[in-house]
Design a protein around this ligand. Structure first.
Ligand code: ATP
Length: 193
């Protein structure tokens, strides 16, 4: 998957709508301390379905919404749009929006979807909010200190099989529901005898 464009509005320090084109090859983001370089990487992780506010350096998920400054009032929502090309070269547009008091909503190619669906799109492409390809500050030290199970998770994400765990959990849930239905059916049939 190749990320081509990122649009941010009301996301952290990006109060005004901002658009970044990411050209093939190496992209560098430079700027003084505190200008929002890490916020950009966080925007990519967030639109990919990041669910941990802590890993977005916030106390709650609404902390990603522009909080206001002495000169500017806070915003009511934050939105990030990621445009990418999948491995077949097909265009993919993912939108995540959060509104105060209303939580997050996602769209993939114009269709409303669940957070889980977005996570699966990226997991299947061997990327996503926890992809080892997104290296935030302090991440290298975290990898060195990681427990074996955590390292395995990183390897599974890099290998693109993380999505299988989600599908397995779904399948197990359906299986349990079906077993419960079957047991109920047997009870009902026993009552008819
Ligand atoms: P460094 O080079 O020091 O690592 P950086 O360029 O990576 O800095 P970031 O950490 O991305 O900078 O940006 C931090 C800035 O974003 C701070 O000025 C902080 O006040 C601002 N910021 C973070 N969240 C919000 C928010 N919800 N509303 C407004 N500003 C925010």
């Amino acid at each position: 998957m190749q990320i081509r464009r990122l649009k941010l509005s009301g996301f952290k320090s990006f109060v005004e709508p901002a658009e970044l084109r990411i050209e093939p090859g190496l992209t560098g983001v430079v700027g003084p301390n505190g200008c929002g370089k890490s916020n950009l990487l966080e925007a990519i992780r967030w639109v990919m379905g990041e669910s941990s506010a802590k890993s977005m350096r916030g106390g709650g998920m609404e902390d990603v919404i522009f909080a206001g400054t002495a000169q500017r009032p806070p915003r009511d929502f934050a939105e990030v749009v990621l445009s990418a090309a999948d491995s077949q070269g097909e265009e993919l547009e993912v939108v995540r929006r959060i509104e105060r008091g209303a939580g997050s909503a996602y769209r993939v190619n114009g269709r409303d979807v669940r957070a889980k669906d977005v996570a699966l799109v990226f997991a299947d492409a061997a990327t996503g909010a926890h992809s080892p390809a997104l290296v935030s500050q302090g991440r290298i030290a975290a990898v060195i200190a990681a427990k074996p199970a955590e390292r395995r998770q990183m390897l599974e994400e890099a290998a693109g099989i993380a999505g299988l765990h989600v599908r397995r959990k779904d399948a197990e849930q359906k299986l349990r529901a079906t077993e419960a239905n079957l047991a109920r059916l047997e009870d009902l049939m026993a009552g008819l005898d």
